[in-house]
Ligand binder design. Sequence first.
Ligand code: 4NP
Length: 159
Amino acid sequence: MPVKVLFVCLGNICRSPTAEGLFRAELAKQQLVDEVATDSAGTAAWHVGKAPDTRAIAAAAERGINISSLRARQVDAADFEAFDYVLAMDESNLMDLKALRPAHYTGTLALFLDFAADAAEREVPDPYYGGAEGFEHVLDLVEQASVGLLEDIRKRHLD
Ligand code: 4NP
């Protein structure tokens, strides 16, 4: 059984698909695609079924990562039965997830940037209402956190 990781933001069209795409690229680099399964979801239902925001697709593509085939879905309580890690992009997402988490959940519910050793920020800022530089910043932050997350997974689940 692979270790399962769920990335969660608000709309599931900007930050969490970007995080999933970048983390999968890191998994491929370290030849761990069969050991770790990933998905992403949003706390809100507004964009269910949609592809990532065109700006998120373009920013990821510039780093050689294709996220265009991902489709948005809403997170629900059953996700806690399936995923070992449920990782929120910001404090608001985390609060919503804590409200949804069953009392018996024994996995890791945390901010994704908790795994970014040197990040000056704790939250991945919502880039939806800003410009292209916001999407670059999202990529930089999730890149740092992806490396730390994979170290944690190796230590706790794979070694
Ligand atoms: P995300 O960004 O949570 O990173 O996917 C957003 C996408 C859409 C909206 C807000 C944030 N929205 O208000 O529709």
